[in-house]
Design a binder for this molecule. Structure first.
Ligand SMILES: NC(=O)C1=CN([C@@H]2O[C@H](COP(=O)(O)OP(=O)(O)OC[C@H]3O[C@@H](n4cnc5c(N)ncnc54)[C@H](O)[C@@H]3O)[C@@H](O)[C@H]2O)[C@@H](O)CC1
Ligand SMILES: [K+]
Length: 215
């Protein structure tokens, strides 16, 4: 079985790659988005109408970048944005700006989520820190009520990536594209139920530097 890591390890490896190795965070986000995009295209999903449900953390930024990659391919895609864009991370702010350049529609209508043929879940990843309520919970309930297949980015939103517990409510995904390594919470019974098929994507973040291979 492949290695699985904790939230703290994911955050530590990310920070090491950005701050010590020197790969910009935006490059990692683009690699996360490309990996998710390739998994979507290589699978058997109906991509007639795709909706990316994104919040304003970096998990949302991954999803907004996926929306742009789909749009460039001519696929009908919209973004259902949760949270205050004024509080988005710098990478996610940049991804929103790029999405705007490409004219990707933002929707505030949950019916668009329910009527999608494929939903991309980019609400929360390893940054989930408390129980989910309000509009975030409404969106997750809409995702779970929809007939569409769902692809979660990194972690099914609402699942604690350490314990596998549901933090109030959680997406039940068909597929989860998780970055760098699997997360220990996705290996529990509940975690497995919510993540569906897990694909681990190599985005250039490693537990140990691979300098010996590079020399
Ligand atoms: N930092 C990095 O190096 C990379 C991060 N990546 C992605 O970024 C994710 C982590 O990003 P973040 O650390 O920004 O965290 P998330 O995007 O998972 O979420 C954090 C945000 O959600 C809010 N939040 C947490 N729980 C909430 C709740 N219950 N209700 C409402 N708001 C809540 C927090 O206040 C924060 O604003 C990863 O899971 C992965 O998808 C990838 O882009 C690859 C590189
Ligand atoms: K997610």
């Amino acid at each position: 079985m492949s290695k699985a890591i904790t939230i703290a390890e994911a955050q530590r490896f990310d920070a090491h790659t950005i701050n010590i190795v020197g790969i910009p965070a935006m490059v990692l986000m683009e690699r996360a988005a490309l990996a998710t995009f390739n998994n979507i295209l290589n699978d058997d999903f109906d991509i007639t109408r795709v909706v990316v449900v994104a919040a304003t953390g970096n998990n949302g930024g991954d999803g907004i970048a996926v929306a742009r990659l789909l749009k460039i391919r001519g696929i009908d895609v919209a973004i259902y944005l949760l949270g205050d864009p004024a509080k988005a991370t710098s990478q996610t702010t940049q991804q929103l700006k790029i999405a705007d350049y490409y004219g990707i529609p933002l929707t505030t209508d949950l019916n668009d989520v329910v009527n999608a043929t494929l939903i991309i879940d980019a609400i929360f990843g390893v940054g989930l820190s408390r129980d989910i309520t309000g509009k975030f919970a409404d969106a997750i309930n809409a995702i779970n009520a929809a007939d569409a297949k769902t692809v979660s980015i990194d972690v099914p939103s609402g699942i604690n990536a350490d314990t596998g517990n549901v933090m109030g409510v959680a997406v039940v995904a068909d597929t989860t594209v998780t970055m760098a390594y699997n997360k220990i919470g996705l290996l529990t019974t509940t975690g497995k139920h919510h993540s569906g098929t897990v694909h681990v994507a190599d985005i250039g973040i490693y537990a140990q530097d691979r300098v010996e291979h590079a020399r």
